[in-house]
Design a protein around this ligand. Structure first.
Ligand code: 6PG
Length: 251
């Protein structure tokens, strides 16, 4: 089933952060109203930093139900805790240390573990525990934020990686030779595609070629392989990242 992504193009990185932050608040309020809690997976990398900073300084802080928000991670680099390349560190510095989300509702991947396979299975158990899923069932996030690299990777799902074919395990350890930090832990496609909403954030000229390849030329790159089975797929791009998209792709 081909999912038609909704592509939102905004002027610049600041507008992207504003758009993404309001999406998070909107989805949070809807999820809490419907189910009493909001299940969010954060993206790593640099692009979401401004979005997290925006969420940490909302004009009306009460509009975001932090007390009813459960926070997970889409992936983590296997580095010591507090390392500058740690996604947990980035999210803590820009968001988690600044908002009243109960610490018991923040679930980091143990990137500092000596055994990334064990850390991946442990995170899968955590997901099952918090979502209340049984064996073979997938957790359904209300929102998963994702970035993408110039090679089309997303989370830690890299081109050519055997984990792209994973159909059962919700979380996997990966070795990404091309990445600055090769050892990583990542959510897999089954979990990502089970989400109610997946939102890609893309900013900057250096992303324009891969955006065209994925959204206009349908190149089978990992980020382009994200297709929620029963959910919304959003691409929030600034003008620079969307610059090479043919006009008929910009809805
Ligand atoms: C990570 C991310 C990764 C990231 C892309 C884009 O841990 O590295 O999850 O998938 O989103 O590499 O990174 P930038 O936003 O820094 O371009």
């Amino acid at each position: 089933m081909v999912v038609t992504p909704e592509i939102r193009i905004v002027p610049d990185a600041e507008a992207l952060a504003a758009e993404a932050a309001s999406l998070v608040v909107e989805r949070a309020r809807a999820a809490v109203a419907a189910r009493g809690r909001f299940m969010l997976a954060l993206s790593g990398g640099g692009t979401p930093r401004a979005t997290y900073a925006r969420l940490a300084s909302l004009p009306e802080p009460d509009e975001m139900p932090w007390d009813r928000t459960w926070i997970f991670f889409g992936d983590e680099r296997c580095v010591p805790t507090g390392h500058h390349e740690s996604n947990l560190r980035m999210a803590s510095d820009t968001l988690l240390s600044k908002v009243p989300v109960p610490p018991g509702q923040v679930f980091a991947m143990r990137g500092d573990s000596d055994d990334s396979d064990a850390a991946a299975s442990e995170y899968a158990k955590t997901l099952a525990g918090v979502f209340g899923t049984r064996r073979g069932e997938l957790p359904r996030f209300d929102l998963i934020l994702l970035g993408f690299g110039v090679d089309g990777h997303t989370a830690s799902l890299f081109p050519g990686s055997p984990v792209l074919k994973e159909v059962f395990r919700p979380v996997a350890a990966v070795h990404a030779a091309a990445a600055t930090i090769p050892e990583r832990i990542t959510l897999t496609f089954p979990v990502i595609n089970a989400a109610a909403c997946v939102a890609f954030l893309g900013s900057g000229t250096e992303k324009a070629k891969v955006v065209r390849a994925m959204l206009a030329e349908r190149a089978p790159l990992p980020a382009a392989m994200v297709e929620p089975t029963d959910g919304t797929l959003l691409w929030i791009l600034d003008r620079a990242a969307a610059a090479l998209l043919p006009s008929d792709t910009k809805r």
